[in-house]
Ligand binder design. Structure first.
Ligand SMILES: *Cc1c(COP(=O)(O)O)cnc(C)c1O
Length: 416
């Protein structure tokens, strides 16, 4: 047990005691039964000293892996100088981050917050105000996709097109409609239907690649049609790039794979390499926010922004977008070879760059969670994406040797 008074100096009890943990932490997660205490590059160590190859990366978040020199230096420097002041004052690091994101093509205007859900909340609020003030819509509707994931706050869980996340949280937030993913015809029909009597649709919110929904990439031809549908009616096209953005896909932004422009882009997971940050970016012409419209106490504080700046500059300098593409190609080829050599075990390998999913096949009775557990026992961390898809999202610094190592472990797990 912790001694409250000695907590500053006392190390956590060893060995780690999950029961003591569960005594006071709410049971909102089905946790794997290990506690990680140290990391370096693409490797982490648990409290018993056992090491794992980390292809989970804090759920596609630790862009630069663990204990990266640049990140350690930047965060240490910033916390020693000034870490938080609130948005009552100008924050130079925030301005620099917004300018860098604009230069990289994410969007010209930025609002900073602390998570993916918050970034999407900001996008939904922007869409509603845009709908009311620019399109004259009294009760703006946002259309999202089935099987999507946009977060756990009430509005974003409503935007999320999966009933399992909404169960028991009724009444949900009004103003959301869902259509099948990768289906421009269904989207077009929904817009016509909703706008039949009076215009209602303000925005379409889509992941360029559905992450939690099973690593399902968008189809460029479909997304080009969706872009045209939105343009014809002045509807905002908003991309949730919380998981796919910031280089992971082998391009800076996921929507670059679809070759369509975004009106709004949301980011979070990988942006500050594991420090909490979220961002909602938009074209200058879509920025309808004024003082008082939206706010966040922590959002864009000097510490988070210094971390994000370092992550982006390191990605540029060390060519990590290229690395994500090359190592992603290697991992995909390896997984496809496995699918071939063990028929029925893997039905399909999908994804972009270092955001890949292996959908389990008909001869594999185990769930993705079972496989993730078996992989953990074999020294490899991976993440399920739905019941049948095993997700591989290593840090963008991953090496060719580490990809080979992960593939060898995964082959044993599949065979086992
Ligand atoms: C993880 C995720 C979110 C939610 O992000 P949080 O930081 O957990 O709030 C939203 N959208 C997508 C696509 C995600 O992958």
């Amino acid at each position: 047990m912790w001694n409250v008074h000695g907590a500053m100096s006392a190390p956590p009890p060893a060995p780690f005691d999950p029961q003591a943990f569960d005594a006071h932490v709410m049971s909102t997660y089905a946790r794997f039964p290990i506690a990680l205490e140290r990391g370096e590059g693409c490797r982490v160590w648990d409290t018993t000293g056992r090491s794992y190859l980390d292809f989970a990366a804090g759920i596609a978040t630790c862009t630069l892996g663990h204990a990266h020199k640049n990140l350690v230096e930047a965060v240490t420097r910033q916390i020693g100088r000034l870490h938080h002041v609130s948005n009552l004052y100008y924050i130079p690091e925030q301005g620099m981050l917004a300018a860098l994101l604009a230069a990289l093509g994410a969007g010209e205007r930025a609002f900073f917050c602390n998570s993916g859900a918050e970034a999407n909340e900001a996008a939904i609020k922007l869409a509603r105000k845009y709908g009311r003030t620019r399109l004259g819509i009294e009760r703006p509707v946002v259309i999202a996709a089935q099987a999507s994931f946009h977060g756990r706050t009430l509005a974003t869980v409503t935007a999320t097109g999966q009933a399992k996340y909404q169960q028991n949280f009724d009444p949900l937030v009004p103003g959301f409609v869902h259509v099948p993913f990768n289906d421009a015809t269904a989207l077009g029909e929904a817009i016509v239907e909703l706008d039949r009597e009076r215009k209602q649709v303000a925005a379409v919110l889509l992941e360029p690649l559905q992450g939690e929904g099973g690593i399902r990439p968008g189809d460029p031809a479909v997304f080009r049609k969706i872009r045209e549908l939105c343009d014809a009616r002045g509807i905002l096209l908003m991309f949730d790039e919380v998981q796919v953005g910031v280089g992971r896909s082998g391009k800076w932004w996921g929507h670059q794979h679809l070759e369509v422009e975004a009106d709004v882009v949301t980011l979070a997971k990988g942006l500050a390499g594991g420090l909490p940050i979220g961002a909602m970016l938009c074209k200058r012409s879509c920025d309808v926010f004024q003082p008082g419209d939206h706010a966040s106490t922590f959002g864009g504080n000097p510490l988070a922004c210094a971390a994000a700046l370092t992550v982006l500059m390191t990605i540029e300098k060390d060519k990590l977008v290229d690395n994500a593409r090359l190592r992603g190609d290697q991992l995909r080829a390896g997984l496809q070879a496995l699918a071939k050599s063990s028929p029925g075990k893997i039905a399909e390998v999908r994804g972009w760059g270092l955001l890949l999913g292996a959908e389990l096949g008909s001869t594999e009775p185990r769930t993705a969670a079972d496989i993730a557990r078996a992989a953990l026992d074999a020294g490899l961390l991976v993440v399920p994406a739905g019941p049948r898809v095993v997700r591989f999202v290593p840090p963008l610094i991953v090496t060719a040797a580490e990809i080979d190592e992960a593939l060898a472990v995964f082959a044993r797990v599949l065979a086992g």
